[in-house]
Write a protein that binds this ligand. Structure first.
Ligand code: HEM
Length: 421
């Protein structure tokens, strides 16, 4: 393991992850074609420089392999970390909840909240999501121009999650900003003159503070929300600890906010770049929107990577992988795999089938919030594209880093509407 040579295609540098996403795929295309399982030096710009000696990681770039690893948690576990970089244990534990657990504890903790995220439950709150989407677009429509992220994309996810969790309106902005900072340690603008870990730690403390205040309140005054369910839940006869409740809250806030936010921005940008696809959608919105959402997720892949660790010596596509080595799943590459997708860089809302891995490659950690995200995306695209029909997005400013394909700012222009209901 010590003498292994790093691949000449560099997907570990900050410079690489600062390129526009479209340009990065050239490197992954080489790996897909020539070395689908390749060994790389550790990612630059980790949360804690020199946190420990990190030998590197295996890059998994083909769709079939991303799915195979995702569906084999016994061999490729989540319990030893799911990010490219090593994250100090205390932060990982208080921020990740069941995301970084393996069976059987993963199953038990995930089950506690899973019932709130089923397609049936989401259908129950869909009207509420629509009300939020309508009012966001009512405020947007008269403006004529705006930063779409600030006005639209970041608003709907925080309102939706806050409804579900029971976060008070006074804390909405605080939670949205902290959730954003939690995944921004690779972005120089967000980090500013702090250390990356300071940004993450501050955001974590903010989210934990909100969670613990809410938990205390719900213990004395139960409500009809997820926080009440968490303070009342029992696992193997025990109530959840404050630490466990806090970690649940941080996981749901981070997983549910930025992902959906960036998908909204990517969607509006893609409809600007592909007016033919937008026309196609508007001709039969009701029947085509679900396919369009899948294609936006495939094309943009808002969550680009997650990691597993080999629990034993194993061979993957003929490559020997040793116990304890990191295996990084590149969803963004799998979603451009021409063995699975015709014309993978094209944007085609009628693509069928569309087995993208935007919500993960299947297996026990598959995105818990996929129905909720779809409901939010359907509602917001419906409102924007019908009520602000000539909206055009300008050049996006991307978030740096190897985790999220995020858009920090997206200028948008449109004919202002005078009075919207
Ligand atoms: C378009 C929006 C979204 C995208 C692209 C997305 C993507 C993902 C991905 C790639 C994973 C990892 C899957 C794996 O490891 O196999 C994941 C996990 C997860 N997602 Fe989402 N997600 C989105 C929205 C949401 C929402 C709205 C929520 C609700 C709170 C949510 C909650 C979660 C949770 C809790 C997990 C961890 C599941 C586990 O470890 O068992 N996600 N998501």
């Amino acid at each position: 393991m010590g003498t292994r040579v790093y691949d000449e295609v560099d997907v570990s540098s900050i410079a690489f992850w600062s390129l526009p996403p479209e340009e990065r795929d050239g490197s992954f295309a080489v790996l897909r074609r020539e070395r689908p399982i390749s060994w790389h030096r550790p990612a630059e710009g980790g949360l804690v420089p020199q946190y420990h000696v990190d030998p590197g990681y295996w890059a998994v770039v083909l769709h079939e392999d991303v799915v195979a690893v995702s569906k084999n948690p016994q061999t490729f576990c989540s319990g030893r970390g799911v990010m490219f970089e090593d994250i100090p244990e205390e932060i990982a534990e208080s921020a990740s909840s069941f995301l970084i657990l393996d069976a059987p504890r993963h199953v038990k903790l995930r089950r506690l909240v899973a019932s709130a995220f089923t397609t049936r439950q989401v259908a129950r709150i869909e009207e509420r999501i629509r009300v939020h989407a309508r009012s966001i677009v009512s405020e947007l429509a008269p403006l004529g121009e705006c930063d779409l992220v600030e006005r639209v994309s970041e608003r709907l996810p925080v309102l939706t999650l806050s409804d579900m969790m029971g976060v008070s309106a006074a804390d909405h902005d605080l939670v949205a900003r902290a959730a954003n900072d939690m995944v921004g340690w690779n972005d120089p603008e967000l980090v500013g003159d702090r250390l990356p870990i300071e940004l993450t730690y501050q955001a974590l403390l903010t989210l934990l503070g909100v969670a613990l205040n809410m938990a205390e309140e719900r213990r004395s005054r139960p409500g009809d929300d997820l926080m009440t369910a968490l303070v009342q839940a029992e696992v193997e006869g025990d109530r959840l600890t404050d630490e466990e409740i806090g970690a649940f809250f941080v996981l749901l806030s981070v997983a549910g906010n930025d992902t959906t936010r960036h998908t909204i921005s990517h969607g509006i940008r893609l409809f600007t770049l592909h007016p033919d696809q937008r026309r196609l959608l508007m001709e039969d919105f009701g029947n085509r929107i679900d396919g369009a959402i899948d294609e936006i997720l495939r094309w943009s892949t808002p969550v680009m990577t997650f990691r597993r660790t080999a629990t034993r010596d194993v061979e993957l596509r003929g490559q020997a992988i040793s116990e304890g080595e990191k295996v990084v799943l590149f969803y963004s590459s799998a979603n451009r795999d021409d063995r699975v997708f015709d014309d993978p860089s094209g944007f085609d809302i009628l693509r069928h089938p569309n087995p993208h891995v935007g919500f993960g490659g299947g297996g026990p950690h598959f995105c818990l919030g996929f129905s909720l995200a779809r409901a939010e995306l359907r509602a917001i695209f419906d409102e924007i594209l019908h009520r602000v029909p000539d909206i055009r997005a300008g050049e996006p400013e991307y978030l740096g880093g190897n985790f999220m394909n995020g858009i920090k700012r997206l200028p948008a222009t449109f004919t202002p509407a005078r009075a919207w209901g």
